[in-house]
Design a binder for this molecule. Structure first.
Ligand code: SF4
Length: 656
């Protein structure tokens, strides 16, 4: 009997319309857990290294995490994996909501798509019955609208449906996959799904997931629930509001946007508006948000309520959470929050990433102001800020005119446009748009996370360790006194010693060695979450979460029966991290790609930055190009990876 996992994947060849239920190898669960770990293994084993993201040979994998479908609170993440059309590297994006547990209840851990369907289809998974159904009547329908239409058609109100909108159908590189209460937005998952000719995957399951030691597991779950209650009643003091609690930043609850509106950049990630947040704006935005927000909502089996149902007159309802209420507003330099809520509804139906897409539009208008794009490119575009953003969004998702160029993201659009447009695509790492943040002093920990992160999305890498030093010793001592989540006491000392000014301040403190330790801890927690399917909002993202390195091994053992301790779990993390790195190294990733935007910090320190990268690579067992060494790979049971990289001349030639 398999515990914790279903033990079967659904493998679907879309070109042939062939569906197989394939038993998985339990040894792979021990080596990689599930979710991201086993997705990476499949990508390495089965997809040619030089595959085009839109090739029928590429894969799009929907995976439930290992703990999804168990009673573990917040274990509801679907981990999607493919090659990104934007970065050309491995892409993995998470989706909360209800889809992954439903897949487990239908009896599967993953859905693996290969080939391309000749006609637009949707996939209907109902326990053992799996069908590819015609979706031609859904062509052009919104991503949220499609979910409801499919539920009605199937007469299954409880089916969980992940769908793309027009952007995915048109292979817009920032297309998302939407799922009612969440979305997989980053790195073009929706574009690959559209390319494969799949409009949606609907799933309904009524089976059970077995637990190895149910009573022990439920005891652990109760401890987590108790801790969530405690933390909600006792927010972490002396840090900004959105970092005080748990979950995704509670943007739908709070209206205080002084920090975001004054610290994040407006337009094409250029301008700060330091005096934007006034009493008048606060009152207006509060009224707008309270009118738009119908109720706060949760993902599957989670007591937090990070999302909200948004409804405004004249438009259908949709779900919103996190910073996305501000992305369009700030990109367009619009002072009204109402615009943000309204355009986000259209963007959600189209199915586009709310972080990259607004920046792409602001980039286009900057090019127009600079005379690089012309009036002809914008023929018919209204002149007001709000109108022109709606106009351009419509063009991008339809790939019409200049929208066709912009649909590939700022990096590729700039290359195609030429005439100096590259300088305006200034906020990218590895060809992908980053958060619109422009800061003063370089923070060594954030430098490393930005530069080396393979998820290429800072909010999905950071967490656990404070973003900046505490002002007073009293505050530091207060912070560390109940910091049970630390993997090692040395992190407490770093917090105690970290000053706002002087010798022990950024950029030289934390030292490169300490910075590597801190980044490694943060990466470790995110990689474990992404394998288990636990929401980062309850583990790797908050400063003091209920899940941490000390209790995770107990959860895994009690759920699956796999005997694992902290050291063993750390080893699995290292294996998964190194495998993801190797996949990207095989695709050509090198040190020269690991560069945060030049203008991300005003003060830069080239020598220190080089040393940080050197130390980080050394810490990981990689060479100075960021390529894992043969010894490091063998040590992590990845000898087959070393062999492959050696055969390609990547290890031998470059490490010599
Ligand atoms: S913490 Fe928030 S985002 Fe995470 S599972 Fe719970 S409700 Fe969803």
């Amino acid at each position: 009997m398999r515990y914790g996992e279903a033990g079967f994947n659904l493998e679907i060849d879309l070109s042939r319309g062939n569906v197989e239920r394939v038993e998985t190898d339990p040894k792979l669960t021990e080596l990689h857990l599930g979710g991201l770990g086993t997705n990476a293994k499949i990508l390495w084993d089965r997809v040619p290294a030089d595959v085009d993201p839109f090739s029928p040979d590429s894969r799009l994998i929907f995976s439930a995490g290992l703990l999804c479908g168990t009673p573990a609170p917040g274990a509801n993440r679907t981990i999607l994996t493919t090659y990104s059309p934007q970065t050309l590297l491995m892409a993995y994006s998470m989706m909360g909501g209800f889809w992954a547990p439903e897949l487990k209840y239908a009896g599967y851990d993953k859905v693996i798509l290969r080939g391309k369907s000749p006609n637009l289809v949707y996939i209907w998974i109902h326990n053992d019955k799996v069908e590819l159904r015609d979706a031609s009547h859904l062509r052009g329908k919104g991503a949220v609208e499609t979910q409801e239409l499919i539920r009605q058609e199937l007469k299954e109100p409880n089916a969980q449906v992940a769908a793309i909108g027009l952007a995915g159908e048109n292979r817009v590189y920032t297309a998302s996959i939407e799922q009612g209460r969440s979305s997989a937005s980053r790195l073009g998952m929706g574009a690959v799904m559209g390319d494969k000719g799949v409009k949606a995957i609907a799933v309904r399951g009524t089976k059970d997931i077995n637990l190895a030691r149910p009573a022990e597991f439920l005891g652990l779950c109760n401890d987590v629930l108790k801790y969530i209650k405690f933390r909600n009643e006792n927010p972490v003091p002396n840090v900004m509001t959105i970092l005080q609690g748990l979950g995704s930043p509670q943007e739908m609850l709070h209206v205080d946007e002084k920090w975001h509106t004054e610290n994040f950049s407006w337009g094409n990630s250029r301008a700060r508006r330091k005096d934007f947040w006034t009493k008048e704006v606060e009152e207006k935005w509060k009224e707008t948000q309270e009118n738009a927000r119908k109720r706060l909502i949760s993902c599957y089996n989670c007591p937090m309520k990070c999302g909200a149902i948004i409804s405004l007159p004249g438009m259908s309802t949709y779900m919103m959470k996190c910073f996305s209420k501000l992305t369009y507003t700030m990109a367009a330099f619009v002072d009204s929050l109402d615009f943000g809520f309204r355009i986000a509804q259209r963007a959600t139906e189209y199915g586009v990433d709310g972080f990259s897409t607004p920046q792409i539009m602001a980039f286009a208008f900057e090019l127009k102001d600079a005379g690089i794009l012309t009036d002809e490119d914008f023929a018919g575009c209204p002149s007001d800020n709000e109108g022109r953003f709606y106009w351009l969004l419509d063009r991008i998702v339809r790939r019409e005119g200049i929208g066709d160029v912009l649909a590939n993201g700022t990096h590729w659009a700039a290359q195609q446009i030429g005439k100096g447009a590259e300088a305006y695509a200034h906020n990218n790492i590895k060809k992908h748009e980053q958060l619109p943040l422009k800061l003063g002093m370089l923070n060594p920990v954030y430098f490393l996370m930005y530069a080396t992160g393979e998820k290429i999305n800072i909010t999905q890498i950071e967490g656990q360790f404070p973003q900046s030093p505490f002002a007073t010793m009293e505050e530091r001592e207060d912070f560390i006194k109940d910091w049970i989540q630390v993997p090692d006491e040395k992190f407490k000392q770093i917090v105690l010693d970290w000053e706002m000014r002087g010798e022990r301040s950024n950029p030289y403190y934390p030292t490169p060695e300490m910075s590597c330790d801190i980044v490694d801890w943060q990466e470790k927690m995110h990689y474990i979450d992404d394998a288990l399917g636990v929401c980062a909002g309850l583990s790797s993202f908050p400063l003091k979460p209920p899940y941490h390195i000390h209790n995770y091994p107990h959860f895994i053992s009690a759920a699956t029966g796999i005997d694992v301790d902290e050291a063993g779990l750390t080893r699995v993390y290292k294996r998964n991290r190194t495998l993801v790195r190797s996949i990207n190294v095989r695709r050509g990733l090198r040190r020269a790609d690991e560069v945060p935007p030049e203008d991300h910090w005003r003060k830069r320190f080239p020598e220190l930055e080089a040393k940080l990268l050197d130390e980080y690579y050394k810490f990981k067992g990689w060479d100075n190009q960021g390529i894992p060494t043969k010894e490091a790979l063998q040590e992590l049971d990845l000898g087959y990876v070393a062999e492959d990289l050696e055969q390609r001349g990547i290890i031998k030639n470059e490490q010599d």
